[in-house]
Design a protein around this ligand. Structure first.
Ligand code: UDP
Length: 474
């Protein structure tokens, strides 16, 4: 295979957020494992995220080059060092961050000029990348980072604006032209979607949609058997060309690769595995809310109280450093939970944990990567969406797939989660640890593994994409 593909050189340019960089690295590795030359472009402060993760890949002799371009933090009014969505210090600076990413066009084009790759796979929030690729006569492929359901639902919402036909924020409406009679309320959407407000973010989103229609296609981190109805809808009704090549996290098979995704883990992976090894299968609940979401202290306390009341074993990832005080924790909590619960402050080796047989349930904010990693590991989920497209993912998990239980949040907030009381958390947690829901998600996990095996749907989709790109090189 390797020698057949030596002509193809693909450039990847992921959006500067962990939820985009992590799966992009996995996709790049998949291409590289088929003998394709890969260059990933990022900014200096994001470089370590790539090097750590690619270190374990090097030994296999695949060629992945990383190039950096400067990030104009100061020019865009951002604090120095803010080069990733997880370091944006306040919600009001989100617009400045999006603004800064526009200034990456020129340096990226300089690299395209020097290297002359055959294809550019770039994050959906870089609408200009379609024009950049066109300048060099190469296809631009979009990577959204989310699944078909959310892509279809958000497109329908944009096209038909059903939220304009309800009289209150809590009155449900059906998303038109979307299979499955999916009902939502205005509360589950940000102001910028509902209003005709013209700001940096609404402009980027509009331009991204337009650019996608002019792009060569969309590469999706999901697998056809999971997305089926919506994958077909996106292609046949919405007219997009897509390749489902995931779950891409499954390309990390050994312990080191599973542990080295994203930031350096705040817990030693051996120690973490040892802790999990001491627990019975399916007896541990894992709680993690991705790389951006934070909770206020009273919410953290409610979670702690619910965990204690539920009597479950748990691993709980809290996005706080060890240096920050723990006054939000109920008094004596960690002492009482010794041996039963583990708090990881900072970054967890998520896939390593989810894949352990001791883990039976996952409380998630429904970021698409986490959602798919949970499905791939066969764990039932408590869905706790916060912002972004997470409310769509919740619908998909709870209503379409039936592998999760909503914790009950209703309101979209940008980063600090809407509040939920202890009783609701405890109730949802108890439900997902039941066997019935787990059996269903285990079926999807099996399908996911088959999809990425040689001859599986995702494997073949990747082959088809490579073949198509190659045929353009002659
Ligand atoms: N992740 C991780 N450890 C953490 C938090 C997150 O490994 O402590 C990884 C997780 O496995 C996933 C990604 O970071 O691959 C988060 O992406 P997702 O789409 O779930 O959420 P986002 O961070 O974009 O909100």
């Amino acid at each position: 295979m390797a020698s057949e593909n030596h002509k193809l050189h693909i450039f990847f340019f992921p959006f500067l957020a962990h939820g985009h960089i992590i799966p992009t690295i996995d996709i790049a590795k998949l291409f590289a494992s088929r003998g394709i030359k890969i260059t990933i472009v990022t900014t200096p402060l994001n470089l370590p995220l790539l090097t750590t993760s690619l270190e374990t890949h090097k030994s296999h002799g695949h060629i992945i080059t990383i190039k950096t371009i400067p990030f104009p933090s100061e020019e865009a009014g951002l604090p120095q060092g803010c080069e990733n969505a997880d370091t944006i210090p306040s919600p009001s600076l989100f617009y400045a961050f999006f603004n800064a990413t526009k200034l990456l066009q020129q340096p990226l084009e300089q690299l395209l000029l020097e290297d002359r790759p055959n294809c550019l796979i770039a994050g959906s929030f870089y609408p200009w990348a379609t024009d950049s690729a066109a300048k060099f006569g190469i296809p631009r492929i979009v990577f959204h980072g989310t699944g078909s359901f959310a892509m279809c639902a958000s497109e329908s919402l944009n096209l038909y604006q059903p939220y304009k036909n309800v009289s209150s924020d809590s009155e449900p409406f059906v998303i038109p032209n979307l299979p499955g009679e999916i009902k939502m309320t205005r509360m589950a959407f940000p102001e910028y979607v509902k209003s005709d407000d013209d700001n940096e973010l609404t402009r980027v989103l509009k331009e991204s949609r337009e650019a996608e229609l002019r792009s060569y296609g969309v590469v999706v981190n999901s697998f056809y058997e999971l997305d089926q109805v919506y994958a077909d809808h996106y292609s046949n009704v919405m007219g997009r060309k897509t390749w489902h090549v995931g779950p891409v996290s499954l390309s990390n098979r050994d312990m080191k690769k599973k542990a080295n995704r994203g930031k350096e883990a705040s817990i030693d992976e051996e120690e973490c595995l040892k802790w999990l090894d001491s627990k019975k299968p399916n007896s541990v609940l894992y709680l993690c809310f991705g790389s951006i979401v934070t909770f206020n202290e009273s919410q953290l306390k409610e979670i702690a109280l619910a965990l204690e009341a539920s009597g479950q074993n748990f691993i709980w990832v809290v996005r706080r450093s060890k240096q920050e005080d723990d006054e939000w924790l109920p008094e004596g909590f960690e002492k009482r939970m010794e041996g039963k619960g583990l708090i990881i402050r900072g970054w967890a080796p998520q896939v390593l944990i989810l894949d352990h047989e001791a883990v039976g349930g996952f409380v998630t904010h429904c970021g698409w990567n986490s959602t798919l990693e949970g499905i791939s590991a066969g764990v039932a989920m408590v869905t706790w969406p916060v912002g972004a497209e997470q409310f769509y993912n919740e619908k998909f998990v709870t209503e379409v797939l039936g592998v999760g239980v909503p914790v009950g949040v209703k309101k979209w907030v940008r980063v600090v989660g809407d509040s939920v009381n202890k009783e609701a958390i405890e109730k949802a947690v108890r439900r997902i640890m039941e066997e019935e829901m787990r059996n269903k998600v285990k079926e999807f996990a099996k399908m996911a593994k088959e999809a990425v095996e040689e001859g599986g749907s995702s494997y073949l989709n990747l082959s088809a994409l490579i073949h198509e790109l190659q045929s353009r090189c002659h």
